[in-house]
Design a protein around this ligand. Structure first.
Ligand code: COA
Length: 145
């Protein structure tokens, strides 16, 4: 995780202890090419069975981007608990993340929709109060238009 964090300008580099703590609390999926880590995704299952899966972070190192790794990580997260909807928060001006979310929703046949900021806790979505991320949800029961 730390190598990927170090390679990605937009991602904070966390201590090994902090990354180990995250692995203890959440599902952390690692993508590798030839044993070299190229991306990861942190996923939190909601507290109750009707809560969604929260995609807290998905990051792919710049050299491996636009090759389907982000989408593969999200698909693996979706398969983990297929009965749950999926929520994530994205900055409006993060075109790569917005396009990835749209491709992800299409690939699992769900409907991607914006949801009000108050719908989920910021900590579940993985961002702090000063950040301008906006929440989205993929409803897996409602088919995409
Ligand atoms: C967002 C991110 C994870 C995408 O990973 P990726 O492996 O490049 O994504 P994929 O190759 O699976 O591409 C999925 C879709 O996003 C599009 N996409 C990826 N990077 C893009 C970019 N820089 N600009 C526009 N679209 C982009 C792809 O073209 C593809 O769209 P399509 O299916 O309509 O063709 C990656 O850019 C990244 O790590 N960014 C920095 C961290 C970040 O912003 N994470 C998201 C918020 S936590």
């Amino acid at each position: 995780m730390r190598w990927v964090q170090a390679d990605c300008e937009s991602t904070n580099i966390h201590s090994v202890e902090s990354n180990i703590a995250k692995i203890g609390q959440q599902l952390v999926l690692l993508a590798e090419i030839a044993d070299y880590p190229v991306g990861f995704c942190c996923v939190l299952a909601g507290r109750t069975s009707s809560d969604p899966l929260f995609i807290q972070q998905v990051t792919v190192v710049p050299l491996a981007q636009k090759r389907g790794i982000g989408l593969a990580l999200l698909n693996a997260a979706a398969e983990w608990q297929p009965e749950r909807n999926i929520a994530m928060a994205t900055l409006d001006d993060n075109g790569a993340a917005r396009r990835l979310n749209a491709s992800f929703a299409r690939s699992i046949g769900g409907r991607l929709q914006r949801v009000p900021l108050r719908r989920f806790r910021r900590s579940d979505l993985g961002f702090a109060s000063g950040e301008r991320h906006r929440p989205w949800m993929i409803d897996r029961q409602q088919k995409a238009d």
